[in-house]
Design a protein around this ligand. Structure first.
Ligand SMILES: NC(=O)c1ccc[n+]([C@@H]2O[C@H](COP(=O)([O-])OP(=O)(O)OC[C@H]3O[C@@H](n4cnc5c(N)ncnc54)[C@H](O)[C@@H]3O)[C@@H](O)[C@H]2O)c1
Length: 267
């Protein structure tokens, strides 16, 4: 892995990764639809709209691996999700295939499986249960990844990311928190491990309250360093100040499940 492209480089996670990945690969290329505000002169940046195939092919050409973070990262209306996440993700995989990229690490999301109840511990082999149009777009990305891996031999790793941050900030995050350095570990497994063909990992740290069985990631050597329990006191203090959300609190996807929820409506 010599040349690595990171999409979504101006975003919350991308901005952290630009610093954390420094020095790990000989050439890092960053892309986004907008220029990162804190871009430094020694960082290589190419602007592109993921929804435009020709632009995507230009940023992808000549790289060995891609960390695909770019897209709309919360619930949005259908045209927004369609362009940034569905068409954008298709363009990314198709351009990767055509330009002979070897590996893609895809930022999927816990929201692809958000409607599993919190008391159920799930592995990576469950049927997707998206909690939003956003979650559907992540399930679509995972399905595309499987197609390009199985049919065309691209090596693909999908990370069902929980929540990336310096610390878990509420009760839900005690289960799904992902320390940024642990995300780097998962990305490097996806980009470097010789046995990767198509894999799904949960993007969470060593959380005692986890809802996910992440043994598949451990099988590939993942040894998370973050421990959500170390922050329980402050997370629960913050939780106490939040309004109650009976639907959100029942499901793993939290407020993404309660947003627009009307499954109980009279027909
Ligand atoms: N932050 C988390 O904890 C978390 C959790 C689960 C999944 N994820 C996923 O990880 C990725 C990064 O998350 P984030 O929090 O940094 O999101 P973010 O919204 O901060 O960053 C996403 C970036 O994608 C760019 N983008 C949007 N539409 C684009 C387009 N059409 N063309 C090119 N670039 C476009 C945006 O400009 C933005 O900089 C996303 O795919 C998100 O869905 C993040």
């Amino acid at each position: 892995m010599q040349n690595i492209l990171v999409t979504g480089a101006a975003g919350h996670v991308g901005s952290r990764l630009r610093k954390l990945l420094k020095g790990t690969y000989p050439r890092l290329v960053f892309s986004d639809i907008r220029t990162p505000a804190d871009l430094s002169s020694n960082e290589e940046f190419l602007a592109a709209d993921l929804a435009d195939y020709a632009q995507v092919e230009k940023i992808v050409a000549g790289v060995d691996g891609i960390v695909h973070l770019g897209g709309y990262s919360i619930e949005g209306d259908w045209p927004t999700i369609l362009n940034a996440n569905i068409i954008g993700c298709y363009n990314l995989f198709e351009a990767a295939y055509r330009t002979r990229v070897k590996r893609v690490v895809l930022a999927s999301s816990n929201h692809a499986v958000g409607f599993y109840p919190r008391e159920k511990k799930i592995g990576v082999d469950v049927t997707v249960r998206p909690d939003s149009r956003y979650g559907v777009s992540k399930a679509f990305g995972e399905a595309l990844g499987a197609l390009y891996a199985d049919k065309h031999g691209l090596r693909v790793t999908c990370l069902r990311i929980g929540n990336v941050g310096d610390a878990p900030v509420d009760q839900r995050r005690l289960s799904i928190w992902l320390k940024p350095e642990d995300l780097v570990q998962l990305i490097r497994i996806g980009l470097e491990h010789p046995d990767i063909r198509f894999e799904v990992f949960y993007g969470c740290s060593d959380n005692e309250a986890a809802w996910w069985d992440n043994s598949n990631a451990r099988r590939f050597g993942y040894r998370p360093q973050g421990r959500a329990e170390d922050f329980r006191g402050q997370a629960m203090a913050a939780q106490a100040k939040l309004p109650s959300d009976p639907i959100g609190e029942r499901y793993q996807g939290g407020s993404f499940c309660s947003e627009e929820y009307d499954a109980n409506r009279e027909s």
